[in-house]
Every structure is written in structure tokens, then in C-alpha cells.
Design a protein around this ligand. Sequence first.
Ligand code: ADP
Length: 470
Amino acid sequence: MASRSSKWTSADDDQESAAALAQRKKQKEERRRLKEERARNATKQLAPSADAAGSDGRPSKRQRTSPEQGETLPANDQSSVEEGANILQFPHRQFGPCAHVDQFELLNNIEEGSYGVVSRARRKTTGTLVALKKLKMEHTSDGFPVTGLREIQTLRACRHANIVELQEVVMGDGDGSLKDVNVYLVMEFLEHDLATLLGDMAEPFLPSEIKTLTLQIVAGVEYLHRNWILHRDLKTSNLLLNNRGEVKLADFGMARYTSRPPPPKLTQLVVTLWYRAPELLLGAEDYHFEIDIWSVGCIFAELVTKEPLFRGNNEVGQLSSIFGMLGPPTKHTWPGYQSLPNAKALHPLLSNANAKANATTTTLTASKFPYLSTSGLRLLSAMLSLSPTSRPSAAEVLNHAYFKEDPRPKAKEMFPTFPSTANQEKRRRRETPQAPIRGDAPKLDEQDLKGLFVGQAEEEQGAGFALRLG
Ligand code: ADP
């Protein structure tokens, strides 16, 4: 019985377990269905747009890299959205080969300066005239000349109506060595430089023309100073004039960036002698924008008289010429000049001088500049102050009353044109000293300076100079 019963029991049990199995299977299927449904819902939340899903409707497995709502990417950045958009990206450096000088037809040489040979040339593709300045490599013992580097660096940074435009830098053929490489600056061409023009003119410029020229020169200088650039070689041969009455500053071989306070130990041997400020002649190393203003003062005077203002043969002669016209420095006209390096040698001589001891400013005499109005003379005297701190800034010069009084500056369009000498084989120009060659720093000694005052005392008798030696 037990076995039968057991058998019957067993049959019941079998039925029971089959039902339980079916139930479990059903529950399992239900769980799977629910799970799938949850998964589908989750997918819908992750993939708000059909674009984000794959073609089979499944969400893309890629990490979300598209911008948040409201964010935009630059059009040309869309590619980076796909791959690695969250990685910092830096623009590639573009290195292009320099163009070759043979795209220019050489017409004639204009001038050989201290640091380059300038020629007139024509761009073959457009027919436009350009000036080609071939850099001289001979002033450098190692590598590229620093004057060339400075000229390229500063001119490339400048965009101003009164600064010559550097269009590009091109290469010529060489033997491959750095010493032999030929580098040319391609610049806009201007028909004249003011030194050659003044030398050729029978009469000086009219007062209204002097104002137009001076205003443009000072506007170029103001732009440089506003951008922390010192030109350091302003002179009439570095000022170019075209036949539309526009003046432009050129020759940036001495230019450099500066700061306030100025960088330590600047070279003193800058600026062509005749246009060099007295603080440079006395050995100042921490000079500033005022040295350019002194040069502009010399240029202004030269435009008025047609002749360079101070024409020393050497540093001592130059100081002699300056002090002869303006009087020697005193503690009133130039406080602190005694601390300049070369003033030590000068001091014993000056302490004997019985000159304008109480004057606080230096003044120019009207007799030397008969064509200049009182206000013009005042402006010139200010620019030629012995003390650098007494000189006006370029911005102040631009606002000076001299430019507002009659006669008003002549409109550029009305400016006279002059026959250009730039198509002659070499410009004829009166002799002027060259820009200083780097590495030739002058040191004045007491002997030189004695010479200065003896020479001056002799000159004084005839010319009525202000300096009196005890
Ligand atoms: P360097 O640095 O060797 O002294 P510059 O740049 O001063 O050379 O140029 C020497 C001369 O060449 C200038 O005085 C001027 O007569 C002429 N010159 C320079 N640049 C130009 C130009 N862009 N257009 C016409 N003549 C120019």
C-alpha cells in the first residue's frame, strides 16, 4: 500500500511540480519582459533624438560629446565634436617657405646704407613698384644680423599711415651657409627721402608745408611710442616722402621694444651723431622716448632752415655744437646731468663756466630761425630741452598751438611734387654721418672734453656762443 500510495502520491507530486515549473517559467518570462521594457524606456531617455541612435535603433555607444544646450561650436570645429572634443587642442604652427626674390625685376640701386642696399624693383605679377632692401650680413660674426631681426620684428608689428609698409621678406640664392644667405625686405616704394630732397631744393619748405611734414613725422613717432617701440635712428634720410605728400618713417634697424622703467643697460651707441640726444652723448644707459623727440626737434629745425642743426665731427664736437647753441647744462636746466657716466670728466670744466647759471630752461634765439613763429620757436625749444624730462611727449607735440595757428598745415593733396632721384643709379645726397655701427661704443675722457671747451671758447668769440669759461 505504502508503495501504491506512494506511487499515487508521487503522481500528484509530479503534477504539482509541473505546474510550479510552468508558473516559474511564466514569472521568469514576465520578469524578462519587464526588464526589456525598462531597458527600452531607459534607452529612450538617453537618446532624445533619432539622430543619436544607431541605424538599428540602438543608442550609440559613443560618449556624448555634443555641446550642452545653448552652446555653439565654431563651424570649422564641427569635426572635432566626433573625436576627442574634450581634449585640449592647439593650433598648428604654420611654417611657410619664404618666397624667392626672382618674382621681382630689379630696376636700379637707390642707396647703400650701413645695414642694407636698397633698390627699386617691380613685382612681376602686378607691375607694382617696391623697394627691396638686401640685408648686409657683414656686421655679424655669428648668425643673422640683429639689426635685420629688429627691423623685421618691429616693422611687421606696425600698421600706420606714417610708417613704411613692410610687405614681405624674400630670399635670394646663396651658397647655403648663413653667411652667404641673401635676405631682402620688400617695402612699399616712396619717391624721395627728406635729406636728398632738402639738399636739392633751392628754397626751404613753406611754413604750411613744414607743419604738414612735422605733423606726419610726429604722428608716426606717437604711434611707435604708444606701442612701446623706440626708433633710435630718426633723421631726414630715414624719412621718406611720396608724390602724394605722405611722409613715412623708415629704417628700423636700430628700433627696439622698451618698457617703463626701461630695460637695463640699453646700448648708448644709437642714433646717428647729428641727431643724437645729449643724454646719449653723456653715456646714459636708461634713456627713453625722449631721445626720439630730440631727433624730431633736430629734424624740425632742419626742415625750417634746410640745413642740419648740429653737425659735430665726433661726440665731443657734437656736444660742443649743442651747448654752443643752447648753453651748457646747469643744475637748473638739467637737474641730475652730473650723475651721467661722461659728466664726471665734464664736471670740473662746467663748474668754472659762468653761463646762464640761473636759467631754468634753454631757449633758442629767433635770429637763427627767422621763418619760425614765436609758438614754433617755443615748440622747437621744448623738443630740444637739454633735460630729457622737459621734452614734450609725441602726443603733446601733436596738440601744440603751433599747428593750430595760421598758416594752417597744407593739405597733403596740395603738397608740391618733386622730380624723383630714386630712378637714378644712386641718390645724390650731401654727406651725413652714418648710423652707428654696433659695438663701437664711445667713451669720452677728460682730455676729449678739455678739447671740447677749448674749441668752443675759440668759436665763441666769433659766433657769440653762450658758454663762458673761467
Ligand atoms: P640702412 O639701414 O642701411 O641705413 P635704410 O633703410 O636707411 O638703409 O635705406 C637707405 C636709403 O634707401 C634711404 O635713405 C632711402 O633713400 C632709401 N630707401 C629706403 N627705403 C626706401 C623705400 N621704401 N622707398 C624708397 N627709398 C627707400
